[in-house]
Design a protein around this ligand. Structure first.
Ligand code: SF4
Length: 415
């Protein structure tokens, strides 16, 4: 099994996915949306915005249209979209495999090479700049570390800047920036070599210790994983015993129980979704409790056009103040959408206009801040919570690195 960049985070936590048989998951709406937007971003440089937009599936075209493409490094010739890389852990050597190869990594690569594709890359004299587009929340720093290492080794750079750009449906973006120097790259090479050795050893012995946790969510071996199947068997066969495992509330017990609980919930949610899909596709199923599992259509009425209702009520009751029955509602996302389209119409910066609108709205005390508390897993090193912690101006990675790239990309695949 060749390791791919998106698997590294999970394999660092648990090697089991490299050994156990995989089962391909059906594609989710989120994954399809991500693929459509990635394809769009990759095709803008060659097709131009309008033609690329016309090729986006209709369901996602509004999302694609809202992306502030001129502000992002995709239209500059010097940026390569979908740049594929391989890295050889034994030789510590990186290979640039080409742009837009659609993840068809050459079969001739050694079995232990690690492969991955950067959504866009630009090069300066000694620095690789890697861009990853995200349409969801899930991201992995190891994917960036690998791309930084492979690209730097392939193009003889000493440092890398990796930028995750979160693209949102309302046309706004957030950037998360990571910088890696020559020492970081050396450390990543060592850690990835260790991982590659562990994977090889597990595959040849057929044994691996299984570590459950949130990383299990995207593990293709989840349905064949003994840690999960044992847990589900115990949850279904003896719910009381299963629940008792989570009753002792000491920090040590919680530390052990939480990852198991998250993993169990993931697999139970998935099993429930599978059954619901089956019933939707095939019809009702009788249950042992005498009831039936079936699709049920429910609904409620809501007012679609408040203004039309106001006109009707006003016409029917002209002597009464009927506005008490109406409330004016909006949201930050709705305001942002309107402001973005005004900015496009006026040909000015959407970001600046949005800032001035929200400054005025805040100054008027029209925005309330609500806080709430919840329990969630966060990284102890504190990384990954700030957006754009280095304050890099997106223009910097969009334009500053544009010149040297064509020359530097003459380096090609494995020899
Ligand atoms: S499901 Fe989780 S515990 Fe099982 S092999 Fe995959 S990552 Fe490891």
């Amino acid at each position: 099994m060749r390791i791919s960049a998106s698997q590294i985070d999970r394999l660092m936590a648990c090697i089991g996915g490299a050994v156990l048989p995989s089962i391909e998951e059906p594609s989710s709406v989120g994954a399809e949306r991500g693929r459509a937007i990635h394809d769009y971003m990759a095709s803008v440089p060659s097709l131009g915005r309008d033609r690329a937009l016309a090729m986006v599936p209709e369901d996602y075209r509004e999302f694609a249209r809202a992306i502030p493409i001129d502000r992002l490094p995709v239209v500059k010739e010097a940026w390569l979209p979908e740049a594929a890389y391989a890295w050889d852990p034994i030789e510590d050597r990186g290979y640039y495999l080409g742009s837009m190869i659609n993840r068809a990594y050459p079969a001739t690569l050694p079995g232990n090479t690690v492969v991955g594709t950067a959504d866009a890359i630009g090069l300066a004299d000694d620095q690789a700049v890697i861009i990853e587009w995200k349409t969801g929340k899930h991201w992995s720093e190891w994917q960036l570390k690998f791309l930084a290492l492979a690209a730097c080794r392939a193009h003889k750079c000493d440092r890398a800047m990796c930028v995750i750009v979160f693209l949102r449906e309302d046309g706004t973006c957030k950037e998360l920036v990571f910088r890696y120097d020559i020492f970081d790259l050396g450390l990543f090479a060592e850690q990835l070599l260790g991982l590659s050795k562990r994977v090889l050893a597990a595959k040849s012995s057929g044994e691996s210790s299984l570590v459950m946790g949130a990383h299990c969510e995207y593990c293709p071996a989840k349905l064949n994983c003994p840690a999960h199947t044992a847990l589900i068997r115990s949850a279904c066969a003896m719910p009381a015993n299963f629940a008792a495992e989570f009753e002792v509330l000491t920090p040590e017990a919680i530390g052990k129980a939480w990852p198991k609980l998250v993993a169990a919930l993931q697999i139970l949610h998935r099993a429930k979704a599978q059954i619901e899909t089956w019933v939707t596709d095939n019809g009702p199923v009788p249950l042992e409790n005498g009831k039936e599992l079936r699709t049920v259509v429910t609904g409620r009425e809501s007012v679609a056009y408040p203004r039309a209702v106001a006109d009707i009520l006003h016409g029917m009751f002209p002597d009464y103040d009927i506005m008490g029955a109406f409330k004016l509602e909006t949201s930050k996302a709705a305001i942002t959408k309107v402001v973005q389209s005004i900015a496009v119409h006026k040909g000015i910066s959407g970001r600046d206009l949005k800032e001035s609108v929200f400054a005025a709205v805040r100054a008027a005390g029209a925005i309330a801040r609500t806080t709430w508390t919840r329990v969630e897993e966060v990284r102890i090193d504190g990384k990954g919570r700030d957006t754009n912690p280095s304050g890099v101006d997106p223009k910097e990675y969009g334009e500053k690195f544009a010149e040297a790239i064509l020359k530097r990309f003459s380096s090609t695949g494995p020899t």
